[in-house]
Design a protein around this ligand. Structure first.
Ligand code: PGA
Length: 255
């Protein structure tokens, strides 16, 4: 077990939720809840809430992330946001390649790779999501799918940069469905991801990479999932919108 070599991080993924007043209220509730956490605490919020979140979390242990970033530095890309625009306002993390972006917005491993490199070049810490569809799990090709995603998403990413990257294993069938992977299933794939990283970067580097589980993690199932030796925290959707629930996950990840 090399868990002490890496930081457990609980990251909230607010998705398309919370107007600015609602975001303010939730962040104020989160501050005292997060205060004692021994793990990393990140909230990834909609673009319109980033500046508010950065302001309100100054001087606290809560870090702020975006939910996407474009790969070009600037230019004619209507509706997109660049990495420099994020760092300039104090954003430190960014989710890349979430399955909802892959499913509904045409995100591919190629664009995930480009976004990851652009984020790293700008000094952002990417939280890169990988995960299999239900039909892929049922066809017995989970490892093939994950291996392919890791190899393509991180093509050309250096060992130094992979150490700054968080990988979130999110089985697509478990996201927002209330169906969680069992602790064994989560551990199996997170360990497989670490093994794949080890082949690409060496074991010493792989041992330092934070690998989260995501998909219906909640106060009831968190303890068992987070106790797994290759699960280093979680990417949390639904439960990140309730301060009390998020607090329980922070406590569990701090153990
Ligand atoms: P969920 O979402 O916790 O609501 O399943 C997780 C995610 O999409 O990151």
């Amino acid at each position: 077990m090399n868990k002490e070599l890496r930081q457990a991080v609980i990251a909230g993924n607010w998705k398309m939720n919370k107007t600015r007043p609602e975001a303010k209220a939730l962040i104020e509730e989160l501050k005292p809840v997060a205060e004692k956490a021994a793990c990393g605490v990140v909230i990834c919020v909609p673009f319109t809430n980033l500046e508010t979140a950065v302001e309100l979390t100054k001087g606290t242990n809560i870090k702020v992330g975006a939910e996407n970033v474009h790969f070009e530095k600037s230019g004619a890309f209507t509706g997109e946001i660049s990495a420099d625009m994020l760092t300039e306002i104090g954003v430190e993390y960014v989710i890349i390649g979430h399955s909802e972006r892959r499913q509904y917005f045409g995100e591919t491993d190629e664009t995930v790779n480009k976004r990851t490199k652009a984020a790293l070049a700008a000094g952002l810490k990417p939280i890169v999501c990988v995960g299999e569809l239900l039909c892929e799990r049922e066809a017995g090709i989970t490892e093939e799918v994950i291996s392919r995603q890791i190899k393509l998403d991180f093509a050309g990413v250096s060992a130094e940069d992979i150490k700054k990257t968080i990988i979130a294993y999110e089985p697509v069938w478990a996201i927002g469905t209330g169906k969680t992977a069992t602790a064994e299933q989560a551990e199996e794939v997170c360990a497989f991801i670490r093994g794949t990283l080890s082949k690409l970067y060496g074991q010493a580097v792989a041992d330092t990479v934070t690998i989260q589980y995501g998909g219906s993690m909640n106060p009831k199932n968190a303890a068992e999932l987070l106790a797994q030796s290759d699960v280093d925290g979680g990417l949390i959707g639904g439960a990140s919108l309730k301060a009390a629930d998020f607090g329980v996950l922070l406590e569990e990840a701090s153990k």
